[in-house]
Write a protein that binds this ligand. Sequence first.
Ligand SMILES: [Zn+2]
Length: 241
Amino acid sequence: MLFDVFENRIIVRGKIIASKPLHIGASDNGIDPVQVDLPVLKDRDRRPLIPGSSLKGVLRSRLEAILRNPALKGSWSSCNVINDDESCIEKYIDDIKERNKDNYRAIAEEIYQKSCDVCKLFGNKQMSSRLQIKDMMYIGERLEYERRDGVGIDRDSGTAYPRAKYNFEIVPAGALFDFYMVAENLEEKQRKLLNLMLKLLRDGEISVGGYASRGLGQIKLIDEKIDEIDKNNIASYYGLG
Ligand SMILES: [Zn+2]
């Protein structure tokens, strides 16, 4: 079973390049919607970053959409956690807990087995994710941000701004970010999903942030290096052999 015990770890390192300008907005909290410039999210040194959680969310919804294709029905399963309130496991959870009483290991195993292929990788309310993506930090010292004219309504969010015109800040195309992703104890199917995500990222089929309808947000994974650690090479990988 894939619990408690170390089976394997896959580490993907690389760079993310903004192949189109990016606008990943700073948190809605404390942002005045009538202010002229909508800023991008920045670290303390005013460098832009892409939150790992944002990319994870985009990748998850993309995988869910692909796996819900009728052609894949029967061989793959996916809930629709981005759009639905509940993940696939919630309808079973009371029954699982009732039947297994205080046997927490049995509960955890059954939750895993009954979860869909996407939840088995990304987790759900009942179990943690096996995939981590670090926040992608800007590579470089300073960045000159650019501005774009907005229109009255952001079609992506549907938000109507009181001003007919406003500006939003963008990170120019070509900006580079550090990429670091770790996946642990993946089964064969989840390994395939990981490979699919990397392919989508390599091929520039993933967009992050706002204004996608205006062609913003496309990113690409480049300079990728994959390390795999398992029982056979863990000693040599960590220099403990
Ligand atoms: Zn699910």
